[in-house]
Design a protein around this ligand. Structure first.
Ligand code: KG4
Ligand code: ZN
Length: 338
C-alpha cells in the first residue's frame, strides 16, 4: 500500500510518501519567520501552510517518482495542534480524497511521534516512549501499534516550552531549545543548581513551569543589568541539565517498572544532544537500549504520520474506508492538576 501523508499541526508543512511502511520521501518546510515574534503566531502559521502545502505535496511525490495515480490512501494529522494549521492540512487531504477518489486516515500527531523510533529501526514491543516537544511531554508504555498506556504527562509547560521560555529570559532567539543546546556544549552543567520539579514525585507526571520562574528570579538577583555573555554557557548547561535529569530519571524508572528493554525518545526536544547522551549512558547502565530518531524524524514530519497510519491498518487488517466526517481537535495532553 502506498500512502501520501500530510502534517501541518504547528509550524512545519510536511508531506511524505510511505510504501509498505518504508519512507520514500519526507519533505519538511519550516516557518522560520516566527522567530522574530518570539514564538509561533497561529494565524500566520495557517496562512504559511496554505501557501506551502501544494508545493510540499508535489515535491514529496516528485522526489520519489510517484503521481497521485500511485496513491492508495491519504493520512493526515487531525489532532492535536493549532486549530487553523490543522484545518489547512486536513481540508487539503479531504480535497485530494474527493478529487482522486481515495480514502483518508486521520492520525493523532502524538501517536506519530510515539512510533517515530520505528521509522529508522525495528523497536521490539513492549517499549517506553518519551514524547517531548514544544507542545507535549508524555511518557508511554507501548505494547503494539494499536495499544499503549499513558504513564505520565506534564501538568503545565511542555519540556520544549521550558527550553523556549528560559531561552527567551536569557535573550536568546526562538526556538530556544537548539540555542540552549549549542551554548550548553561549552558550559558546566553543575555551575548553577536549578530545581528538578517532581523528579521524585513517585509518579510519572512532569512540571516545568517552576523552572522558568526560578531562572527569572536567578537572573533578577544575580545579573540585574543583564547576563554577561561569558556566563551564558554555564547557565544554559545548568538549565539543560535540570530538564534532562528529570526526563531521563522518569523514563528509566518507567522502563525498570515495566521491565522493558528499549526507550524511544521522540519529538523536537529529542534532538537535544544532552538528552540523547544522558539517556543513552544511563540506559546502558541498566542494560536498556535508548533509541533517538534522526533529526528529520525528531521534528514534526509527515513520514511519522504515514507510518503509523500504515502500521495501524496492517495490524488491524482493515482497509481504509471513505469517511470525510472527521474533525480537527486542538486539545493537547495535560495531566490533571490536584
Ligand atoms: O516536535 P516539534 O518540532 O514541534 C512541536 O510539536 O512542538 O518540537 C519543537 C520544540 C521546540 O520547543 C524547540 O525548542 C525544541 O523542540 N527543540 C529542542 C532542540 N531542537 C528543538 N529543544 C532542546 N534542544 C534541541 N536541540
Ligand atoms: Zn510534534
Amino acid at each position: 500500500m502506498t500512502i501520501l501523508a500530510i502534517e501541518s499541526s504547528c509550524d512545519e508543512t510536511s508531506a511524505a510518501v510511505i510504501e509498505n511502511s518504508a519512507v520514500l520521501s519526507n519533505i519538511i518546510s519550516s516557518q522560520y519567520f516566527h522567530s522574530k515574534f518570539g514564538g509561533v503566531v497561529p494565524e500566520l502559521a495557517s496562512r504559511a501552510h496554505l501557501k506551502a502545502i501544494s508545493r510540499v505535496v508535489n515535491e514529496s511525490l516528485d522526489s520519489c517518482g510517484k503521481t497521485m495515480a500511485d496513491i492508495d490512501a491519504l493520512a493526515v494529522t487531525s489532532e492535536p495542534g493549532l486549530i487553523g494549521s490543522l484545518i489547512v492540512g486536513s481540508n487539503f487531504a479531504k480535497a485530494l480524497s474527493i478529487r482522486y477518489n481515495i480514502p483518508v486516515v486521520p492520525v493523532n500527531h502524538i501517536e506519530g511521534h510515539l512510533f517515530s523510533g520505528n521509522l529508522q529501526e525495528e523497536v521490539p514491543f513492549p517499549f517506553i516512549s518519551l514524547v517531548v516537544s514544544g507542545g507535549h511531554t508524555a511518557l508511554f508504555y507501548v505494547t503494539s501499534f494499536t495499544s499503549y498506556e499513558i504513564m505520565g504527562l506534564t501538568k503545565d509547560d511542555a519540556a520544549g516550552e521550558a527550553f523556549d521560555k528560559t531561552a527567551k529570559l536569557l535573550g536568546l532567539p526562538y526556538p530556544g531549545g537548539p540555542e540552549i543546546d549549542k551554548l550548553a556544549k561549552s558550559g558546566n552543567p553543575k555551575a548553577y543548581n536549578f530545581p528538578r520539579s517532581m523528579m521524585h514525585s513517585g509518579d510519572y507526571n512532569f512540571s516545568f513551569s517552576g523552572l522558568k520562574t526560578s531562572v527569572r528570579y536567578f537572573i533578577q538577583k544575580e545579573f540585574p543589568d543583564g547576563v554577561p555573555e561569558e556566563k551564558m554557557p554555564d547557565i544554559c548547561a545548568s538549565v539543560q541539565a535540570a530538564i534532562v535529569d528529570i526526563l531521563v530519571h522518569k523514563a528509566i524508572t518507567a522502563a525498570l517498572e515495566k521491565k522493558v528493554k528499549s526507550i524511544v525518545i521522540a519529538g523536537g526536544v529529542s534532538a537535544n544532544s544532552g538528552l540523547r547522551t544522558k539517556m543513552y549512558d544511563e540506559s546502558a547502565k541498566h542494560n536498556i537500549r535508548s533509541i533517538a530518531p534522526m533529526m528529520s524524524y525528531c521534528m514534526d514530519n509527515a513520514a511519522m504520520i504515514g507510518y503509523i497510519a500504515s502500521m495501524k491498518l496492517k495490524e488491524s487488517g482493515t482497509e481504509p474506508f471513505f469517511d470525510l466526517s472527521f474533525k480537527v481537535n486542538s486539545n493537547a495532553l495535560r495531566a490533571k492538576k490536584k
